[in-house]
Design a binder for this molecule. Structure first.
Ligand code: FES
Length: 128
């Protein structure tokens, strides 16, 4: 298989062509016990695979927050969830990723990313 075909196969395997969201999970070691981070990651992998939702997932080593994890971030929404457990991850997969309803009680921060040269979602001018 040629280099370009291998890359395209990788994109396909990652779910990029159909992805609607991308979820990142920090599994520690500074924001949480790495075992807790791994348990949350295992559940995220399992639930996303079983659900077939068009969501990409990436294990992150550190978001530089380093307290209150494991942290789970959902893009493009820009929603940050802290203190993830397997049970919480499961509910986020069902309600936020599956039904489009973020789990408000666990949201620590909302910060959707906006390109710097375009008005933001509220129509404010670009940041300089
Ligand atoms: S180790 Fe998780 S945010 Fe730094």
């Amino acid at each position: 298989m040629a280099r370009k075909e291998k890359i395209e196969a990788g994109f396909e395997k990652a779910g990029l062509p159909t992805a609607r969201r991308h979820v990142f999970l920090c599994t520690g070691p500074d924001c949480c016990d790495p075992e807790a981070g791994q348990a949350a990651w295992d559940e995220l992998k399992r639930r996303l695979k079983d659900s077939g939702l068009p969501v990409m997932r990436t294990k992150a080593a550190c978001f530089r927050v380093c307290h209150g994890g494991p942290w789970l971030v959902v893009y493009p929404d820009g929603i940050w969830y802290g203190e993830m457990t397997a049970k919480r991850v499961s509910r986020i997969v069902t309600e936020h990723l599956g039904e489009g309803r973020p789990v408000k009680e666990w949201i620590a921060q909302v910060h959707p990313l906006e390109p710097a040269d375009e008005p933001d979602r509220d129509g404010r001018p670009p940041r300089r």
